[in-house]
Write a protein that binds this ligand. Structure first.
Ligand SMILES: [Zn+2]
Length: 232
């Protein structure tokens, strides 16, 4: 999970070294810039690559900032919806058979009654189910790095928090988190798991978080600035 950071003027870039790729790829998702590069590429070479794309990166970041923060939802075709930091278009189709699925850039809702509140309900159910799966997977993945497991994991709706951890080890997450980028979800998972060992926000707590996610500040900051936009 550890990655390097390159600081540029106006933005930071997360460097992700991969085995699989021979080519490099720069992505900007919900304001976070990442570059995927082959393992052996030197930091200087990566820096040069970023420099050559600086203009493009800055334009993209600006575009994403200008996206409406909170649109008035009508649950109609063409509206933007987010899942794991990616933007999808909502597609609502009246059908006899009901289901919701991701397909080719669309979050496709097939539904008998396409009244807004019914569509919202179907979407929320879909998000909730996916949040449960994703969060359980991530808890399992990060539990290997922290020598303690939660008593239970629950996903529910909170107005103003992303997760909680009780003194007897019950962890709860806000399902809306699943709209954020995977890195952001990771941060909240690690944050709550670390509370199993440190039930406070002491220096020890933050160094524990940092030992697992060295650049957690980026995700923490992202949640502070953009968390309110994770709405349905
Ligand atoms: Zn906390």
């Amino acid at each position: 999970m550890a990655f390097e950071m390159i600081k540029k003027q106006g933005f930071d870039v997360q460097v992700i070294r991969t085995n699989r790729r021979k080519t490099t790829c720069i992505q900007i998702n919900t304001g976070i810039v990442t570059i995927r590069v082959p393992k052996k590429l030197s930091i200087n070479e990566i820096d040069l690559l970023i420099n050559s794309r600086t203009l493009w990166i800055k334009e993209k970041l600006l575009q994403q900032k200008q996206l409406p923060q909170r649109q008035q939802r009508r649950y109609e075709n063409g509206e933007d919806v987010y899942y794991l930091g990616r933007r999808y278009q909502l597609k609502v189709e009246k059908t006899v058979k009901e289901r919701v699925k991701l397909n080719n850039g669309y979050l496709h809702v097939q539904i008998k009654n396409d009244a807004p509140e019914i569509v919202r309900k179907a979407l929320k159910k879909w998000y909730l189910n996916h949040a449960k799966q994703q969060l359980a997977d991530k808890v399992e993945q990060f539990s290997m790095l922290i020598p303690i497991s939660p008593t239970s994991i629950q996903v529910r709706e909170y107005k103003a928090r992303w997760g909680s951890c009780s003194s007897n080890g019950h962890i709860k997450f806000n399902w809306k988190l699943i709209m954020a980028a995977s890195d952001v979800v990771d941060y909240v998972v690690v944050h709550e798991l670390c509370h199993l060992l440190e039930h406070n926000h002491s220096t020890n707590f933050w160094s524990l978080v940092k030992s697992i996610l060295p650049n957690y500040e980026i995700q923490r900051q992202w949640l502070r600035e953009h968390g309110h936009s994770l709405e349905l």
